[in-house]
Design a protein around this ligand. Sequence first.
Ligand SMILES: C[S@@+](CC[C@H](N)C(=O)[O-])C[C@H]1O[C@@H](n2cnc3c(N)ncnc32)[C@H](O)[C@@H]1O
Length: 256
Amino acid sequence: MWRNNPFRIVSERHMDPFKTIPEQLSVLEKALRGPQWDAETLDNLRALMARVDSARLDALRTEHAEAMRTADPASGYKYLDVAYFTLLKLLLARELGLDRGPPRRILDIGTAGGHFPFVCRHFGHDVVAIDVENPLYEGITACLGVQRTIARVEPYRPLPDLGGRFDLITVCNTTFNERGDPPVYWTPAEWQFLLDDLVANHLRYPGELYVKLNKEIKRLAYNRDVLAMANRNAAKVGRWRGVIRMNVAAPRVIRL
Ligand SMILES: C[S@@+](CC[C@H](N)C(=O)[O-])C[C@H]1O[C@@H](n2cnc3c(N)ncnc32)[C@H](O)[C@@H]1O
């Protein structure tokens, strides 16, 4: 058990996509110094940062510098803070027990810059990372040596075969479930279709599904109806973080 929850210690104020990798790492090392911090996670972060193609990342940052200056801080440029997002995914890997145990086959849906597959590979797992086309995210994944597979998630459309089944499927902070401006969000029925497709056609048994919802802009909250649907299907639901965890031992139907 962590003495202090690192998810509470690290926050967006530690994020700065304009900084280089050594500068980003130094910000995090200072923030996390002290007896409460887990030295192993910090060692893993340092080892991972040593593997980033930082010259290529610096070039990517320079290429986008002008657009970044006027962009919303929440926009995709934030993923250029590779150290910060890798740390968040190290914490997720730990939450999911991926930092120990046997190698697993993982599907990461909506991977953006590929920080999660980058971490999973470090722990010996095999990851298929899917997303839609995006030159910035493609640039970041190239710096991490991660491969991105283009596959678009659409409402009521099953995903294609991605080369076999997975032990773990992650769906974190995705935006495929938002349409329009201001956005309209997926209904519980649309989520139920996706979860049912994942369990029926893409998950191994036993396997695990991990979904972390994005907050809905208008309500500034996670969609309670989606969380309730997951709860009715025997998922563990973390209402405060918008997390759905479903352990699936055998084929089963996900119902509305
Ligand atoms: C906010 S980012 C989350 C990135 C990452 N999963 C994380 O936890 O940091 C949302 C991701 O969803 C992806 N996305 C948006 N629409 C999509 C779609 N229709 N199919 C697949 N991915 C999509 C975006 O390209 C982006 O990578």
